[in-house]
Design a protein around this ligand. Structure first.
Ligand SMILES: [Zn+2]
Ligand SMILES: [Zn+2]
Length: 146
């Protein structure tokens, strides 16, 4: 078995926190149109955690959607601040935890990208845009990500 990486995160308002461990290759970026709508961003990065490797504190709100396969996917989020927490199957066996709210988010590198057919085309041109260190009136910097 691969070494498990410990992850932890807290939603923006602090009412929900999560701890768990994940196999490093189980980091998956999803470019489906539902992830784009829910997040308001071009994709969501997820870590896949088995139910025995996850512990959640706080009251997670749920929204059930029907996935492309016809199966129910419960979307868990903080009902107070709206932070996305996870998606899970009806049997609660495998949690797709949203990496963005985890403390380790910058090092959780996707091993796979799924739903590439709906990925936004501008991701590859990010380095050609103008980048600022912070807000739009801050120092201009070189693109650091590509
Ligand atoms: Zn919250
Ligand atoms: Zn998706």
């Amino acid at each position: 078995m691969a070494n498990l990486v410990k992850v932890n995160g807290t939603c923006h308002c602090g009412k929900i926190s999560l701890k768990g461990s994940v196999e490093p290759h189980m980091v998956v970026a999803c470019h489906c149109t539902d992830c784009q709508v829910f997040s308001g961003g071009p994709f969501r990065n997820n870590v896949m955690l088995k139910s025995e490797n996850i512990s959640i504190h706080g009251n997670v709100s749920n929204y059930k959607k029907i996935g492309g396969s016809g199966a129910v996917r419960t979307q868990g989020f903080c009902g107070n601040c709206g932070t996305h927490i996870y998606a899970v199957d009806a049997e609660l066996t495998l949690y797709s935890v949203r990496a963005g709210f985890l403390d380790q988010h910058s090092t959780l590198t996707p091993a796979k990208h799924i739903f590439g057919k709906s990925a936004v085309k501008w991701l590859s041109s990010m380095s050609q845009s103008t980048w600022f260190a912070e807000g739009p009136n801050s120092k201009e910097i070189k693109c650091l990500v590509i």
